[in-house]
Design a protein around this ligand. Structure first.
Ligand code: FES
Length: 124
């Protein structure tokens, strides 16, 4: 089980539900969108090493998406997150760039919590 923090039900208004925790299996990524300050963003959530992480779906090299509708955010052996445009690799746990054309920029990590078995994005 993940070590995601849980939030009280009264804080649910600040959370955007993403996916049921039970549906996000190990080595899986899941795309989602959210709106903040009238801007629409695409992001993805992953389970890696039992932990759940979420990142903006934006490679810091040239802005290409990491995950697509048909393509997981993970590389083939599921040890890294992969940008298929120029093959940057990122640590799934931290979003840190470990290889490829992105040495000074990492993935943007998002704040997530778990509420009643649902993974939620914390807004604000
Ligand atoms: S846009 Fe991702 S490595 Fe270039």
């Amino acid at each position: 089980m993940s070590a995601l923090p849980s939030v009280a039900a009264e804080n649910f208004a600040q959370c955007v539900p993403i996916i049921a925790s039970s549906e996000l299996t190990e080595g899986m990524s899941h795309l989602f969108t959210f709106v903040k300050d009238d801007e629409r963003y695409e992001a993805f959530v992953i389970r890696f090493g039992g932990q759940i992480r979420a990142y903006l779906n934006l490679c810091p090299h040239a802005g290409e998406p990491i995950a697509t509708k048909n393509q997981s955010a993970f590389n083939s052996d599921k040890r890294y997150l992969l940008c298929r445009e120029h093959f940057a690799l990122f640590d799934p746990d931290t979003g840190k760039c470990v290889s490829g054309p992105c040495p000074i920029a990492d993935l943007h990590k998002l704040s997530i919590v778990q509420l009643d078995g649902t993974i939620c994005l914390m807004m604000g």
